[in-house]
Design a protein around this ligand. Structure first.
Ligand SMILES: [Zn+2]
Length: 345
């Protein structure tokens, strides 16, 4: 069966008519496009308004103010907790310059922080594939140890709030690594829907989606190693990028340094694109299937975060918070077309 027969890219358009004061009250109209995610059926809205990002913020002064003595991540040995000996005899997981240590303020039974390096501020275009690979390898080593020790864990993720605008409370770049018995709403929905899809069609949703998007081209961004990058049809924010590890039966816990370097290569290209567009902050989450045979694919979701207008208005409002409906001012096809050039394809 062709991939397209298994996926539905459903959308509806509503048009509002009004008399426009900026055009001498002549009749005008604006459309709202409502799109439904092919996996979850969850809707989001594409708004066709003019969109301009505010000027970039300068972080040099803030970095200077907050680094060194004031930053626990600049003082890992002295200021961050140690894991109990049964999890790690040295107390922390170290790969290259990356270090994973317990989160003093946990979100689950297992909760850690991974810093990329001792560098207090890293601009988006200064991350290298090697830094990303080391941070993910250290996080992976932690989650592997957790999995070996605690059989009740069935939810794993690696998350990133980059910069305060995206929820980062410490400027020093860091990942948050979480494992526990309870899935988040999104983990549950992705895992359950992926398992249903797999039971129904005998194929992984992630693989079918990538195959389909590669053929359609319009939302496909590029491939590095065994990782495909694309934009989401129904974005859960201003833009939403997806990266799927499409290697057959990929197991997060067995991924090699080369696999993470390939992933880092794609991510640095995406960060270069975002920087070129004037974005700075973002949220990202790596959704890790607890069971690689479940039909769920290992995937990264990344959403750039912005403020809107002169009041620096939050890009998240009642729509997302209370209606669970995302608003986007950029069609995913236009975003993918721009990002594609950064992947050299
Ligand atoms: Zn620091």
């Amino acid at each position: 069966m062709a991939a397209s027969a298994l996926l539905s890219f459903r959308s509806e358009t509503e048009v509002m008519h009004f008399l426009d004061p900026t055009q001498d009250f002549a009749p005008n109209e604006r459309k709202t496009e409502i799109r439904y995610d092919p996996l979850t059926g969850r809707s989001s809205r594409i708004l066709y308004y003019p969109f301009q990002l505010p000027p970039k913020r300068e972080y040099t002064a803030l970095a200077k103010q907050t680094k060194g003595e004031r930053c626990p991540f600049c003082n890992v040995d002295r200021a961050t907790p140690l894991f109990p000996g049964e999890l790690n005899a040295q107390g922390r997981f170290t790969v290259g310059q990356a270090v994973t240590f317990p989160n003093l303020f946990p979100y689950a039974g297992h909760s850690a922080v991974t810093i990329f390096s001792a560098e207090h501020f890293v601009a988006p275009t200064s991350f290298t594939p090697g830094m990303i690979a080391d941070a993910l390898l250290a996080s992976q080593a932690y989650l592997k140890a957790v999995r070996g020790l605690d059989k009740s864990v069935r939810a794993y993720s690696i998350n990133w709030n980059y910069l305060p605008m995206a929820g980062g409370s410490i400027l020093h770049p860091h990942l948050q690594v979480i494992a526990g018995g309870a899935q988040t709403n999104e983990q549950r929905e992705i895992a359950d829907r992926s398992a249903l899809f797999y039971a129904r069609y005998g194929k992984k949703y992630g693989e079918v989606l990538v195959e389909e998007e590669r053929e359609r081209v319009e939302r496909y961004v590029g491939r590095r190693g065994e990782v495909d990058w694309l934009t989401a049809f129904a974005p859960q924010g201003q833009s939403e990028f997806l990266a799927f590890f499409t290697q057959q039966d990929v197991d997060f816990f067995a991924l090699s340094r080369q696999a993470w370097l390939d992933f880092g290569e794609g991510l640095t290209r995406l960060l270069a694109y975002l920087d070129g567009q004037g974005y700075q902050a973002f949220n990202a989450a790596l959704f890790i299937p607890a069971d690689p045979a479940s039909g769920e694919s290992l995937q990264l979701r990344l959403l750039p975060r912005v403020t809107l207008g002169p009041l620096e208005t939050s890009d998240i409002n009642y729509f997302k918070v209370l209606h669970e409906e995302a608003l986007s001012l950029r069609p995913p096809e236009a975003v993918a077309q721009e990002a594609r050039s950064y992947f050299g394809s």
